[in-house]
Ligand binder design. Sequence first.
Ligand SMILES: Nc1ncnc2c1ncn2[C@@H]1O[C@H](COP(=O)(O)OP(=O)(O)OP(=O)(O)O)[C@@H](O)[C@H]1O
Ligand SMILES: [Mg+2]
Length: 243
Amino acid sequence: MRLRLSGITKRFGTLAALDSLSLDLPAFKALAVIGPSGGGKTTLLRVVGGLIAPDEGKLEIDGEPVDFAEESLLAHRRRIGTVFQSYNLFPHLSAIDNITLPLVKVHGFAPEAARAEAQALLARFHLAPHADKMPAQLSGGQQQRVALARAIAIRPRFLLLDEPTSALDPEMTAEVLDIITELRQEGRDIIMATHHMGFARSVADQCIFVCDGAIAEAGPAAELFARPRSDKLRNFLAKVLKY
Ligand SMILES: Nc1ncnc2c1ncn2[C@@H]1O[C@H](COP(=O)(O)OP(=O)(O)OP(=O)(O)O)[C@@H](O)[C@H]1O
Ligand SMILES: [Mg+2]
């Protein structure tokens, strides 16, 4: 896919969470967004996913400009499979209903077709025995797998993942990262903020380092990790790779 940002700025009060970001990634499959806490990763993903509008700037995805007017934004949002760090599921719906309901209500599937799709995805993610459980009866890793199944079910143009493993213990993290790796190998386009540097390095072809509301470095993931150019990125990597 292709991603182009020009002068994207998002302010919260006097704070510029994104301060005139520009970037042109002409062809990538998986983009890792890394950087320190509070640097602007989530804000950037929310702009890309059409969940918030920037105060200034332009965004183009696959050569198409994104229109941030409220009416158009909803359509943009619906074409993206978004998973956040937690609380992705409707708490009052079972795992399977979490997947089928948006398919029927938003994407126009017939109920039987939606159910068949959901069952196939649950089986694929080893969740078949949990189809009728409510989110509160599922482990965090299971919930995130349901959230990923739901994100794929809508046949999104790409997956937008914001630290989908940050609330999980190491074993559940591995389960979820395995699924994301599989989806990547299948050729799905992914934009993902992550604190797992090894994962970012192995799964992403492109990487951006977002720090203090700016893109401090961008480039092929392998290069960014092997040869950080700025002190900021060197210090960040030294810190996160220490333990
Ligand atoms: N809704 C909001 N209202 C006010 N300030 C906000 C809001 N959302 C984010 N911010 C601020 O914008 C800055 C960037 O936040 P953001 O959530 O994008 O960081 P992040 O890189 O995702 O951090 P983390 O790694 O902790 O998730 C932070 O200083 C944050 O406090
Ligand atoms: Mg964040």
